[in-house]
Ligand binder design. Structure first.
Ligand code: SF4
Ligand code: SF4
Length: 169
């Protein structure tokens, strides 16, 4: 099926060009945690927000002058990647410590399973390729992604020099 890109206002004066099927639905499946196996890129604003909630020393690592949430080895069979590592904030019970204890998470965690790229100064949004194979939350509910884009795409993305989300630890 060919999807016609559609321009949608996500926040006042912040539009995104949506490149996925508008009928696609999403609801995060709590036991999945696949997207929490990756290191998370932190934007400057995320780093400031995180510093108000948690000590940064153990949690954050710098790579190529950018800040990421560290991955660490977890002593468990579940909720880990093939190298037994997962996000520093992924708790043993499969919940995100930041979300569960602070009702907050980094921008890049909100964006998943979407992917952002920029074309001619416009933010374009598609479904991250790996999400089709690994994200268990696609098409399991009645909640259409296009109706809730403001929950996935924080306004901060429109303020960044480069909101592209293909950068990983
Ligand atoms: S991969 Fe999808 S369903 Fe699994 S935890 Fe992440 S967002 Fe939720
Ligand atoms: S910060 Fe939380 S939501 Fe983001 S990857 Fe880590 S555990 Fe998952």
């Amino acid at each position: 099926m060919v999807i016609e890109p559609t321009r949608i206002e996500v926040h006042p004066d912040c539009e995104a060009v949506v490149e996925f099927d508008p009928e696609l639905t999403f609801e995060c499946v709590p036991d999945c945690t696949w997207c929490c196996h990756h290191g998370v890129l932190l934007y400057g604003e995320d780093l400031r927000e995180l510093a108000q909630r948690e000590p940064l020393n153990d949690a954050v690592k710098q790579l190529r002058s950018r800040d990421f949430v560290r991955r660490e080895e977890k002593d468990r069979d579940e909720h880990v990647d093939i190298d037994d590592r997962a996000c520093y904030f992924l708790r043993d019970d499969g919940l995100c410590a930041l979300h569960a204890e602070h009702d907050w998470k980094p921008t890049r965690c909100s964006v998943f399973p979407l992917e952002v790229h920029v074309e001619h100064d416009d933010i374009h949004v598609s479904i991250r390729e790996e999400a089709h194979a690994h994200c268990e939350g696609l098409d399991v509910s009645e909640r259409r992604l296009v109706d809730h884009l403001n929950a996935f795409l924080p306004r901060l993305l429109w303020e960044l020099d480069d909101p592209t989300t293909k950068i990983e630890l």
